[in-house]
Design a protein around this ligand. Structure first.
Ligand code: SF4
Ligand code: SF4
Length: 298
């Protein structure tokens, strides 16, 4: 389950449509029939005058600032080709629980629900209501979070969680802020607080490895020192990828990593070895995380 809204602005984000808590208008150029079918229905339908037809390209041009508070999304309803669509859907707690209960038959007693985002802590009040229902029905709960909420909120939500992935993107507060828009201080503080809170769940720290940002041995050593100090012993390294590129384009946003080559699992093995040598279970990409198979080492 992906919940919209995120307090960070990571420049490599693979789900940029989840940054805003509200719906986003997404435009897919490859589906648009403005040229082939002389279509300009979206321009006519928009009550805000946010769409004009670009004289040069012949395609719709969207003034995003005018769309920010749109609730009608009339343009999406008149587009017959799904070139325009809105991201996200609103659910009540009951509606979401219905989806979870429906999916439960496929888990075959060996699964649960994972809340990701965006950052699910942004909608924490709603999330807590859903988590209360999950606990009532003995459903295993996992979260993927930036850990950036107020401490009380972080601990309260985590008290319902069995398994947490908490992102730790850089140990240097300034560098963290340069690429994500916020310092890491609150995240580190929350992680320390979680450890002393008596929480009984399983935690895996998670670091997307971004070339030129946090792929150094120095940052890995600083992360290891923090983990040992606090008492965390599992980390998941994710190789950088550009799978979110088309979404940045659909949102009309600039993707600064569009020309950065993807990393492979093999690219991360030397960093993984630093963690393993320090006695920390380090998983690369999707290796081993949910299973109990032995740790795969390089
Ligand atoms: S989302 Fe709303 S304001 Fe933006 S183009 Fe569509 S109808 Fe107009
Ligand atoms: S209504 Fe759809 S197909 Fe037509 S111009 Fe707008 S985006 Fe393109």
């Amino acid at each position: 389950m992906f919940l919209s809204g995120c307090p960070l602005r990571c420049q490599w984000c693979a789900n940029p449509e989840g940054m805003r808590k509200k719906h986003n208008l997404m435009y897919t150029k490859g589906r648009c029939k403005a040229i082939q079918n002389h279509c300009s229905r979206c321009m006519t339908a928009c009550p805000q005058g946010a769409i004009t037809m670009n004289q040069k390209s012949g395609l719709p041009q969207i003034q995003r600032v005018k769309c920010m508070d749109c609730t009608e999304f009339a343009c999406t309803r008149v587009c017959n080709y799904e070139a325009l669509r809105i991201s996200g859907k609103e659910y009540t707690v009951e509606e979401l629980m219905e989806v979870i209960r429906r999916d439960r038959v496929f888990w075959q007693g060996n699964g649960g629900v994972t809340f990701g985002g965006g950052d699910p802590l942004v909608q924490w009040e709603f999330l807590v209501k859903v988590l209360e229902e999950c606990k009532k029905h003995q459903i295993h709960t996992a979260i993927e979070t930036e850990g950036y909420a107020e401490e009380a909120v972080f601990l309260h939500v985590l008290s319902y969680i069995d398994f947490a992935f908490v992102d730790l993107k850089h140990m240097d507060p300034q560098k963290h802020e340069e690429k994500t828009g916020v310092s890491n201080e609150r995240i580190l503080k929350n992680l320390r607080a979680l450890k002393t809170s008596g929480w009984k769940g399983r935690i895996i720290l998670r670091t997307p490895i971004i070339p030129g940002f946090n792929d150094s041995a120095e940052n890995a050593r600083a992360t290891i020192a923090f983990m040992k100090e606090v008492g965390f012993f599992e980390i998941n390294l994710l190789p950088f990828h550009r799978m979110g590129t088309s979404k940045w384009e659909q949102l009309g946003l600039e993707y600064v990593y569009r020309d950065q080559p993807n990393l492979t699992k093999e690219d991360l093995y030397s960093l993984q070895q630093l963690y393993l040598d320090a006695g920390i279970a380090c998983y690369v990409d999707t290796d081993v995380i949910y299973s109990v198979r032995p740790l795969k080492t390089p």
